[in-house]
Design a protein around this ligand. Structure first.
Ligand SMILES: [Zn+2]
Length: 74
């Protein structure tokens, strides 16, 4: 199992998606145990995903925070 396939599976998992066909959770776990580079990659990807989630949340709060905007009857 190559690192890139594992990382594709990890990325899918972080996004709440199904892992790519042919990659099982067991394989991912076993690879992570053996491969420090992918463990590091997962930690970074996880932080990035959380960061993006926070940004998106802030965006939604901000963007949706303009209810009842007075309309001028032009
Ligand atoms: Zn790896």
């Amino acid at each position: 199992m190559s690192c890139s396939r594992i990382r594709t599976a990890l990325s899918a998992r972080l996004d709440g998606e199904e892992p790519p066909p042919g990659v099982t959770e067991e394989q991912v776990a076993a690879h992570l145990e053996a491969c420090a580079a992918c463990r590091l990659w997962e930690a970074r990807a996880q932080r990035l995903t959380e960061h993006i989630a926070r940004l998106t949340e802030a965006d939604t709060t901000h963007g949706g925070g303009t209810p009842g905007r007075p309309r001028r009857p032009f």
